[in-house]
Design a protein around this ligand. Structure first.
Ligand code: SF4
Length: 413
C-alpha cells in the first residue's frame, strides 16, 4: 500500500480521539484564486504546557485492532480497510511534514497491534527514531495503551511531551459491557505510573518526564452513566493523578451493535455542559456534589452549571463585590477568573460600582442578579428564584439562537 493511502486511512481513523480537537472540516480548493484546503483528519491543533497552540500531525500507527470494543470503528470484527505504518514511515512522515512547516508536532495513537506491550514498543520505536536518530525536537503527544508494562511507560515518558490513557467509559460496568478486553486497572495503572513519573521529575531536575502532563478522554452517551458518574470520575482523576485535561466526546454511532443506544443526534449540548462543569471543578473551586446531587444526577441542559448552582443556592447571594473574597466572587455567574482578579486589584484603591464592573468585562447580564455594589442591587431587579431563573433562561436561549447562525450545535460556546 502506498504511504499516502496509509496516511488517508490512519489520519481518518485518528479523528475520533478528541484529545486534539480541531480536525473535522473537509473543503477542497477548486478555484484558481484561492489558497489552502481543509481536510477532515490529519492536522489538528493542541495546546502545549506554556499555552501555545501547535498544529499536530494526528495519526494512528495502525487501525488493525486485536480488540473488539463495541463503539469503535477500528474494532476487530468491523469490515474496514486496514493499514499500518512502520515506525520508520511514521517518523519519516512527521519529519517531512515538519520540514514543510505543515506541523509543529505529532499526535500518535494506535489500535492494539497484537498486544498492548507490542503496540507500545512500536510507538516507542517511532518516537525514539524521531528524537534520537532524526533529532526531532518538536511536540509529541502519544497514547499509552491500557495494560502496558511499567517499563515501557517509563521509557515512553522520557521521550514525549504529553501522554494520555483513554478511560473511554466512566464505570466498570460500562467497560465490561462495551470493551470487555479492557479492565479499569489496565487504564488506571499506567495513569498512576505517569503521575508518579511526573512527580519524580519535580524532584530530579535533570529528567524531563511527560513535561506537558497527561490527559484522558471519555465517551458520553454510549452508556447510561450519569453526568454525576462522569464528573465524579474526572474529579478523582484531577485529584489523584493531577491530569491536565479530561476530554468529553459525545458518542457518534459508527458501528452497528445491539449493546449501543440508537442515537439520532450526538449529545453535543451535553458534551458542552460537561466541559463547563469540568472548568468549574478545575478553576472555580466547585465540587461535583455541589453541582449535582442525589436528586439531579445529570446537568441541566437549559442553563450553564454555574447559573444552575446559583439559582439553587440563592441563600449564598447577593455577593457584595466590594468586600467578597476571591472564591466568593468566583461563585457569581458572569464573574470569571480574570474579572475576579481585576475586582480584587481595583478595590484596593477605590470602591467599585456597576460601571466599573462592566469595564472589567464582568458579564452583567448574568452577574446583575447575584451581586450588590455598595449594598445595592441594580435598579429594577427582583431577588426571587423564579424571576432570576426565567431571566437567565431567556438570555441563555438567545445565546444559543445566535450561535445557531454559525452551526446547529452548542460546541465551543
Ligand atoms: S482497543 Fe482502541 S482501537 Fe481497539 S477496538 Fe478498542 S477503542 Fe478501538
Amino acid at each position: 500500500m502506498e504511504l499516502l493511502e496509509k496516511l488517508a486511512i490512519l489520519a481518518d481513523a485518528a479523528k475520533y480521539d478528541v484529545a486534539c480537537t480541531s480536525s473535522g472540516a473537509k473543503r477542497s480548493n477548486t478555484a484558481d484564486d484561492t489558497l489552502g484546503n481543509a481536510v477532515r483528519g490529519g492536522i489538528c491543533h493542541s495546546f502545549t504546557a506554556d499555552g501555545r497552540c501547535v498544529s499536530l500531525l494526528k495519526i494512528l500507527l495502525s487501525n488493525n485492532c486485536a480488540y473488539n470494543c463495541e463503539y469503535c470503528v477500528n474494532r476487530k470484527s468491523n469490515d474496514i480497510k486496514r493499514a499500518a505504518f512502520t515506525p520508520r514511515e511514521a517518523a519519516y512522515l512527521t519529519m517531512e511534514f515538519y520540514k514543510r512547516n505543515y506541523i509543529e508536532g505529532l499526535f500518535l495513537s494506535s489500535a492494539v497491534i497484537g498486544s498492548p506491550d507490542n503496540t507500545m514498543e512500536l510507538i516507542i520505536k517511532t518516537v525514539k527514531l524521531l528524537r534520537e536518530d532524526l533529532g526531532f525536537n518538536g511536540y509529541i503527544h502519544i497514547k499509552a495503551i491500557p495494560g502496558t508494562d511499567r517499563k515501557l511507560i517509563e521509557k515512553a515518558g522520557n521521550l514525549v511531551d504529553r501522554m494520555s490513557v483513554n478511560v473511554e467509559l466512566p464505570s466498570r460496568k460500562s467497560l465490561l459491557l462495551l470493551a470487555p478486553e479492557k479492565k479499569p486497572e489496565d487504564v488506571f495503572r499506567p495513569m498512576k505510573l505517569i503521575y508518579e513519573g511526573i512527580s519524580e521529575e519535580g524532584k530530579a531536575v535533570k529528567r524531563r518526564f511527560v513535561p506537558a502532563g497527561q490527559s484522558t478522554q471519555m465517551i458520553i452517551g454510549a452508556t447510561p452513566d450519569t453526568d454525576h458518574d462522569i464528573l465524579g470520575l474526572s474529579e478523582k482523576l484531577y485529584g489523584s493523578y493531577k491530569l491536565k485535561r479530561v476530554f468529553y466526546s459525545a458518542y457518534i454511532p459508527v458501528v452497528q451493535s445491539s449493546k449501543l443506544p440508537v442515537v439520532i443526534r450526538p449529545e453535543l449540548r451535553r458534551e458542552h455542559r460537561l466541559y463547563q462543569a469540568d472548568w468549574l471543578l478545575r478553576f472555580y473551586g466547585f465540587k461535583v456534589n455541589e453541582l449535582l446531587d442525589a436528586r439531579s444526577r445529570d446537568l441541566n441542559m437549559d442553563l450553564d452549571p454555574k447559573c444552575d448552582w446559583a439559582i439553587r443556592n440563592l441563600s449564598f447571594f447577593p455577593v457584595e463585590v466590594n468586600t467578597a473574597d476571591y472564591l466568593e466572587l468566583l461563585r457569581v455567574p458572569g464573574i470569571g477568573i480574570n474579572s475576579a482578579r481585576k475586582i480584587i486589584q481595583a478595590r484596593r484603591t477605590h470602591r467599585l460600582d456597576f460601571d466599573n464592573l462592566k469595564k472589567m468585562r464582568v458579564v452583567m447580564k448574568r452577574a446583575k442578579y447575584f451581586i450588590t455594589c455598595n449594598g445595592r442591587m441594580q435598579k429594577g431587579l427582583r431577588f426571587e428564584q423564579e424571576y432570576v431563573k426565567t431571566s437567565l433562561l431567556l438570555s441563555e436561549n438567545s445565546l444559543y439562537e445566535q450561535l445557531s447562525i454559525f452551526g446547529d450545535h452548542g460546541n465551543g460556546v
